[in-house]
Ligand binder design. Structure first.
Ligand SMILES: [Mn+2]
Length: 302
């Protein structure tokens, strides 16, 4: 029995509303409905469901490119069976399934779930034999050693990532909320770039793209993580830890489209909390974001 058969349950709704043949797909969508360490606004366990429900209701064309979702050879595997309350076990299952999908020659697009799921995904990449650089869209740095004594916390995601991967080149875009210690850690590492919303405004999108490309130029593999709280809360109110002011979709989507290339083995879109999603607009934006990622990935990996 494969790990997928053991730990993944099909979702009643497929991303994009599209029924696909698994054999013909080389990108797998994998929901991870974990919200065990949510510290402020829980409900991320409903994230994958609400993104899938919103996804068929938007047009399928890319915002920044020429592609369409129906041209992307993806398959929606369903959701990892999260062991609610047992974060290590939930991450272990995520890691095993991600490793297995990569071994089958697939790329993996994870749908959160709280940001902690990234740790499970990165362990899976490492077990697969990859040591990816990181491209992160997030209001936060998530570099705390622990959060209120909890080491496997959504607030410590990239501290754990540094332990798993070592000091890989890492680019944070949209970061604006951090502790003094997190900022000091980021500044002490020459291969960590932090591009705040104010820096983005001052530099302009084209310069941010060049800077990020330079920082990631030596990477053989890259992992993209999009925490929906990178967006301004007016666009994305339904997240675990909203932090004003943030980026607009007109800034984020073109950056994603410009930076994603064939080195991206896995990606995630995390932190949607539907119970706090006034008007359901964050779920729609999450669907749009994942769609943009998938189209960019497919157009550069043919
Ligand atoms: Mn965040």
């Amino acid at each position: 029995m494969s790990y997928r058969e053991a730990y993944v349950v099909p979702s009643p709704q497929k991303f994009g509303g599209l029924e696909r043949r698994r054999e013909k797909a080389h990108i797998s969508i994998l929901g991870v409905p974990l919200d065990s360490t949510a510290s402020y606004r829980p409900g991320q366990r409903f994230g994958p469901l609400y993104v899938r429900a919103a996804s068929p209701e938007i047009e399928s064309n890319a915002y920044s490119g020429e592609g369409f979702l129906e041209e992307v050879p993806f398959y929606d595997e369903g959701d990892v069976t999260v062991a609610h309350g047992d974060v290590p076990e939930s991450l272990e299952r995520t890691s095993r399934v991600v490793q297995e999908l990569l071994t089958e020659g697939r790329r993996v697009a994870l749908l959160g779930g709280e940001h902690t799921i990234t740790v499970g995904a990165l362990r899976g990449l490492k077990a697969f034999g990859a040591r990816p650089c990181l491209l992160v869209f997030d209001a936060h740095l998530d570099l705390r050693e622990d959060y209120l004594g909890v080491r496997l916390s959504h607030a410590s995601t990239f501290r754990r990532a540094l332990e798993i991967l070592g000091e890989v080149p890492t680019v944070f875009i949209g970061a604006r909320a951090f502790s003094r210690e997190e900022l000091a850690l980021a500044r002490s590492r020459s291969n960590i770039e932090v591009i705040t919303p104010r820096a983005l405004e001052a530099m302009g999108t084209a310069n941010v793209i060049s800077k990020a490309r330079r920082a990631l130029s030596d990477c053989k593999a890259i992992y993209l993580s999009v925490d929906l709280d990178v967006y301004d809360p007016s666009y994305a109110p339904g997240v675990g830890n909203p932090e004003p002011p943030g980026l607009s979709p007109r800034e984020v989507l073109p950056l994603i489209s410009a930076l994603v290339d064939d080195r991206f083995l896995a990606v995630d879109v995390v932190e949607l909390s539907p119970p706090y999603d006034a008007g359901g607009i964050t779920a729609v934006l999450a669907a749009k974001t994942l769609q943009e990622i998938l189209i960019s990935l497919a157009s550069r990996t043919r």
